[in-house]
Design a protein around this ligand. Sequence first.
Ligand SMILES: O=C(O)CCC(=O)C(=O)O
Length: 284
Amino acid sequence: MGTTQTTASTLPKSVDLAEMNASFQQHGYAVARGLFSESEVEEIKSTFARIAENGPVPGHFEPVSKEESDGDPLKEFPRIIHPHRFDPVSRRYLVHPGVLTCMRELLRDDVLAANCMFYYKPPGSRGQAMHQDNFYLLVEPNTCVAAWTAIDDADPENGGMYLVSDTADEEIACPELANKEESFTTHFVPTPKGKKALPCKMKAGDTLFFNGSSIHGSGPNRSKDRFRRSFICHYVPKSTQRISKFYLPLLSPEGEDVMIEANDSGGPCGSSLREGTVWEGGTH
Ligand SMILES: O=C(O)CCC(=O)C(=O)O
């Protein structure tokens, strides 16, 4: 895989771009089935297995041994933040041509990549309470869009994603506190009255695209032995003027660093709250 442009006609046959676009514009999300090939899924899986074996990468991945984990599987297998800053395979997949083709269609603009993350989500781990991504990315004047790729099959039992349809036009809320028993992050955005969080069943290689204002999250992995690994990336329209400095530099489709203005406005809670413990585990 390189950074050569995939066009709509070279996407896998399982991906219907027109249908995705209609769903995304109407409901705020869309799924591209089988966007990543089996060999791509395997390469991502083996890359992150190797990173886990090699141990800590300060500031990105700071696991502890099973003995030191206090029985919390997420301490042993924490999510990896910004792996594209130290791992060339992640950097390459952050500009996956199929993802970029879908993104350009959904955003109706050229795009830049903001970040990627990898979640291992082993059996027994907590989920991530409902939230809105643009609270963290602070993209202006529009918003970010996530591309969440399943590396294992994902469903409600092993902590698959939930998304509240038709929330892409919601204001970004200042979050409430999440239930610590169920969520490893501290933020919680309630589902608006009359709306419902819907489970997104995914097969390995499927990618869920969703708007940065859409309310989404996941429950605990209650399975006995099924990891729920996922490769999660965020993108912004090329016309973006500002973003939280945590995501700078952005990455162009050709793999070049791109600097834009940092947004230090603090978002809907104001900047003082951003310093407090309420933020623990709450960044993207
Ligand atoms: O993968 C998950 O469990 C939650 C991920 C998520 O909500 C996010 O990356 O914004």
